[in-house]
Design a protein around this ligand. Structure first.
Ligand code: ATP
Length: 330
């Protein structure tokens, strides 16, 4: 039986993780879930929100499914998500945002994939208090990281029959850092003659996305813009409750929903497990369990088509009712 690490976070993490494990188990695929908790609650007992055992488990199993872990705002420990990506060198974050036929949004047939550089930029965490009234953050962009994420985006485009990669930067203002990222994207683009290449500034990109999202295919962005723009894209297709993600490195892969721990609805049986479930189907595709991935995806589509939805999508179902409805349709 295949062992997969399940990183158990906080907030809505227990509810959606339980839902996902139940659905995957009911799809007929037996997985040995190696459950490893992470997050703020462990600081008292284990001295860190990301204990070594979590990393060791992912290193052993190579693949993990991760539920959200709260990141304190404006204070406290460094994001567990960022640490994990850095420690395991999960350099590419891919976030497909695709319309569902039964989820009404202002635009039909949105089909965008956000490819986000995952290891540097302002997320390198190099900040200092210069004096009482001044703080500074360093934005790091390197050639190596920019080339490999551009190659990932173009390879993704080739593998998935995509037509265009669009590099999104603010290279008119951050001339050296974003300029380097853009130049690397241009250099890589030259090697992929079958994929069109386009460039856009991030502010214009945001406006174009809300006015005419169907013009975009694969978006390639440095870390910070990628984080922000992927939430925007999630909003275009129905919100964070259905936005899936994958963190891919050379040796390991960690699949996780785009959303955070949603503390406002935690413990209320209101969370939508779809984002984590879709991340799990992507993981199943990645490990070659395509049949199970398709079966689960079809059950999700059928559940939506039968108008069974959680509250974030305008429905009435609780997390557990929605989960049971998917299982009935597997
Ligand atoms: P982070 O920065 O850690 O990613 P965030 O600030 O983006 O977190 P979230 O925790 O993702 O915030 O929550 C944003 C909003 O979306 C909240 O109102 C939350 O309730 C809602 N939300 C997020 N995930 C879900 C979900 N799976 N189901 C229903 N609502 C969700």
């Amino acid at each position: 039986m295949r062992s997969i690490t399940l990183i158990m976070g906080d907030g809505i993490a227990p509810e959606i993780s339980e839902a996902v494990m139940k659905i995957v188990d009911n799809s007929g695929l037996k997985i040995n879930w190696d459950i490893q908790t992470a997050g703020a609650d462990l600081i008292e007992t284990e001295g860190t929100p990301l204990p070594k055992r979590v990393l060791e488990s992912v290193i052993k199993n190579k693949i993990a499914l991760k539920s959200p872990v709260t990141t304190p705002i404006g204070k406290g420990f460094r994001s567990v998500n960022v640490q994990l990506r850095k420690e395991l060198d999960l350099y590419a974050n891919s976030r497909p945002c695709c319309s569902f036929p039964s989820i009404k949004t202002p635009y039909d047939k949105v089909d965008i994939v956000v490819v986000r550089e995952n290891t540097e930029d302002l997320y390198a965490g190099i900040e200092r208090q210069v004096d009482e009234n001044t703080a500074e953050s360093i934005k790091i962009i390197t050639r190596d990281a920019s080339i490999r994420i551009a190659e990932f985006a173009f390879d993704y485009a080739v593998r998935n029959n995509r037509k265009e990669v669009c590099a999104v930067t603010k290279a008119n203002i951050c001339k050296l850092s974003d300029g380097l990222f853009l130049n690397c994207a241009r250099e890589v683009a030259d090697k992929y003659s079958d994929i069109q290449f386009r460039e856009i500034l991030v502010d214009n990109c945001c406006m174009q996305l809300v006015q005419n999202p169907n013009q975009f295919d694969v978006l390639l962005l440095p870390n910070l813009y990628g984080d922000i723009v992927s939430d925007l894209c999630a909003g275009l297709v129905g919100g964070l409750g259905i936005a899936q993600g994958a963190n891919i490195g050379k040796d390991y892969a960690v699949f996780e929903p785009v959303h955070g721990s949603a503390p406002d609805i935690a413990g209320k049986n209101l969370a939508n497990p779809t984002a984590m479930l879709l991340s799990a189907t992507e993981m199943l595709n990645y490990i070659g369990e395509k049949e199970h991935a398709i079966r689960i995806k079809n059950a999700i589509l059928k559940t939506f088509a039968d108008n069974i939805k959680t509250k974030d999508l305008g429905g009435q179902s609780s997390c557990s009712e929605f989960t049971d409805a998917i299982i009935e349709r597997l």
